[in-house]
Design a protein around this ligand. Structure first.
Ligand code: ACM
Length: 265
């Protein structure tokens, strides 16, 4: 399977510009699965709920999604992208799995980060694994990384690859994902954005360093912090099937859930 990421700098509020940027960058790319950043088309640092409301879209009526589906159809690949999703009176910080036939799954960020709590609704759909060209793909969004239960849940559902659109402002995630991949023995593609959202109420700088990690916590590749990066590589998803960390320790079989029942309360 050929997987990759596109790290770029979305311009705040410039949905059409950001859509064109992605479509142009991926126009001639050969791959099976490409991951884009969180909130890749709206930008991230909203002033308030009204501003978010004016930029969020129903994916079924979005010309951005339409353009991405067309691109998937042309290049016969799948995309996972962050998306500000309007659904009735709610707005979710979502990840869309898009293929040649349209949206295949929507994941709504379960763990909202900091001021996101002021304007987004928390996810309301259980974590789910989807099949992309016979490979099991799970989605997380950014701050979900700090809740190990989320990636473990996807692993227990058979995920081989975790697609992880992000807009990281702290410095911990990239290193932490190495541990997440070590303890679950899965691949993870963390796509971060770079640049700064300079807004009237303040500014946020994003840390770039998008990366792909292999089972066993092996860093396959990492982008630099403040530059555009398109990276595609071949992986063998079957590497994730082998869950041993020593000959006598299977990281899934050796769990003792009966002693940590309180985790599900
Ligand atoms: C984040 O969840 N965007 C840090």
């Amino acid at each position: 399977m050929k997987v990759g990421y596109y790290q770029f700098r979305p311009l705040f509020g410039k949905i059409r510009h950001n859509t064109n940027k992605v479509v142009n960058a991926l126009q001639d790319v050969k791959a099976d699965l490409i991951v884009l950043p969180e909130l890749a088309f709206t930008g991230y640092y909203f002033q308030n709920k009204n501003e978010l409301k004016s930029l969020a879209e129903d994916p079924a009526k979005s010309s951005t999604v339409e353009a991405l589906v067309k691109l998937c159809r042309k290049n016969y690949f799948h995309l996972v992208t962050g998306f500000a999703e309007k659904s009735r009176d709610k707005i979710f910080n979502s990840a869309l799995l898009i293929g040649p036939d349209g949206i295949e799954h929507t994941y709504r960020k379960l763990h909202l980060f900091n001021e996101e709590k002021k304007y987004f609704d928390a996810g309301d759909i259980p974590l789910q694994v989807n099949t992309v060209k016979e490979v099991k793909v799970g989605m997380l969004v950014c701050f979900d990384w700090v809740f190990p239960e989320a990636m473990r849940s996807l692993t227990l559902q058979g995920a081989e690859v975790i697609a992880h659109p992000s807009n990281l402002v702290l410095t911990f995630c990239q290193e932490a994902m190495i541990t997440r991949c070590l303890e679950n023995r899965v691949f993870a593609i963390t796509t971060n954005r770079f640049g700064t959202d300079k807004r009237p109420h303040g500014e946020l700088k994003f840390t770039g360093k998008s990366q792909i990690v292999a089972p066993g916590g092996v860093l396959v590749q990492r982008a630099v912090s403040q530059r555009e990066a398109l990276f595609i590589t071949e992986i063998d998803p079957a590497e994730s099937h082998q869950k041993n960390i020593t000959p006598m320790n299977d990281l899934i079989e050796d769990r003792r859930p009966e002693y940590y029942q309180n985790l599900i309360n």
